[in-house]
Design a protein around this ligand. Sequence first.
Ligand SMILES: Nc1nc2c(ncn2[C@@H]2O[C@H](COP(=O)(O)OP(=O)(O)OP(=O)(O)O)[C@@H](O)[C@H]2O)c(=O)[nH]1
Ligand SMILES: [Mg+2]
Length: 673
Amino acid sequence: MSELIVGLAGNPNVGKTTVFNRLTGMRQHVGNWPGKTVERAEGHFKHGEYEYNLIDLPGNYALSAHSIEEIVSRDFIVDDDSDVIINVVDAANLERNLYLTVQMMELGANLVLALNMNDFAKKKKHIIDIDLMSELLGFPIIEINAKTGEGIDELLTTVEKQAANPIDSSVKLSYGNEIKGHLREIQEVIEKDDSLMDVPSIWTAVKLLEKDSIVIEKVQKSKYSSEIFIESDKVSKHLYDVFKESPEEVVANARYAFIDGLMAEAVERPAVETETISDRIDNIVTNRILAIPIFFILMFLMFEVTYTLGEPFENLIAQFFTILANFAAGFISNPYLESFICDAVIGGVGGVLTFLPIIIIIFLFLSVLEDCGYLARAAFTLDIIMHKLVGLHGKAFIPMILGFGCGVPAIMATRTLENEDDRRLAMMLVPFMSCTARLPIYAVFIAAFFTEHNGLILLSMYVLGILVALIVAAILKRTMFKGLSTPFVMELPSYKVPSIKGVLLHTWEKVKGFLRKAGTVILVCSMVLWALSMFPLGVKYASAESYLGMIGNFIAPIFAPLGFGTWQATVAIISGLAAKEVVVATFGTISGMEGDENTGRMNHVLHDLFTPLSAYAFMAFTLLYVPCIGTIGAIRHETNGYKWALTMCAITIVTAYIVSFLIYNVGLFLGFG
Ligand SMILES: Nc1nc2c(ncn2[C@@H]2O[C@H](COP(=O)(O)OP(=O)(O)OP(=O)(O)O)[C@@H](O)[C@H]2O)c(=O)[nH]1
Ligand SMILES: [Mg+2]
């Protein structure tokens, strides 16, 4: 068996990961918005006599040195010994997609083009002459449908042929005589140095004109460096004199000219583009006036439906745990063991698991919204109003909206932001978005205090998170991150009917994560909390005299101005640092399970500790304060250090304190106490 190393490259949201998952049987994240894959994923499979090592690369529009993902992709093409690069292309947006193809040709990549999304191209009445185009480009083009698997087998056979006879795809590139001649002048000096010839000289020449920092650094090491720089400076100056444009623009225009020529030869398009259903829906959904109300109505409906559907199941699970606790209590004679099983395990972990149904339903909703393409529009919608106000890029909202699911992938998704400052700013904001781990907290408090307006109160938490994030962004943008954002036009993916399998898979992955947490972090925390509530020996379980009570009482005065200066609330907040669900597990452990029905018992305890107003302030605090360890770790990892992780912790704590203080005190003033 021979081994083949194959990379999947292309623009964002063209179906690369769909192809990858189909071939490898893996379950990398597929979704309908640009920029899902931020790290390369690797998978293995066999086809015929070949053993494939397939690498799913992040989506790119270009191969510049501006953003991490672009560097990841081009390093792969340059450094790794890949045999073939499959360039997945959206047939309905061929022109834009080919811009990347052309840059891979500059790199001389051994390419096979996989023409995907043909269903959309057909709807737009684009007719592509595949044979002609393949001849013009100099490498094979295969029509595929990543979703159904059509053409995939042919794609693989072609890849195998191409691996046996690799080509230098830079050969067929032509940038017009003027530019070609000048590039040639630079190329000749470059070609003197063998150490620079691991990539085609045209790539190095073009990148020098584009002032690519990484290529410049590499050339500096060459013994011909001064000669090369003199030549490229000379050409840059000359191009400017001739075209009155910067060399970067000249190069970009040359690429587009090549693509235009290609399109004119090989693609037939209607004179007036037909308006697709997607366009028609967008006219309404992203309409200046309607967009925001539609966004909130959709969110509100989502929460209402979640509650209505989830509640009966929630009660069932709660009853199950009560029966289980009573059953266990009847069996176990040792009072300590009984308390451990009933209070720590069933009270703590069971208390959190009760909310599994609403978590599943919310995840289902989010997955559908994501896969159909609405989530990307929601980001766009918020962009319309906030760009000027906050000075933050529309693209930054995608990670933020992802934060509704979980902070960790949301932090990873900030990689799509080109400007480092924008990226760090987005990382500071993601923790304010209400992730699903906060849901059990809201659920418990809403059940205890706000049953009449459950959907509305829940919506208000999400909106509070967004509002606070925007205000904090506006402040940070004027103090810490003064740099200008790079302008960027956000492109919208076309609407797609989400596949049931995809949605179920997404939901299951997330639910699995939640269950895993219940069995690990939440269980361990519940056990520690139980032990601290039990000892020193002889005190009443979970009383102020227990160790837990003593620790809580020591810190509680800090929270008194926010309306919840009790030791129980304090301990819940501290233990919530491990995972936000643990806040609920804490109340569960403290209130125990014996006797009363689960939620009833917890309600009782909560009513002793909170008023509706202080409960709301507490919910706001748990929404906004330091996110879980996982998110802090993700920021540390993404920024290579503790500085930004700690900055984020400081920002979130201060913000949470101020906001909760305002809610409680303004509330008191208005007579809500
Ligand atoms: N209609 C249609 N949809 C497709 C086709 N191929 C993929 N999709 C859908 O397109 C969306 C994007 O697919 P992904 O595989 O995540 O795209 P990607 O290229 O990996 O995107 P990034 O990771 O963001 O770069 C998903 O909703 C897929 O289900 C196709 O041929 N036709
Ligand atoms: Mg992908």
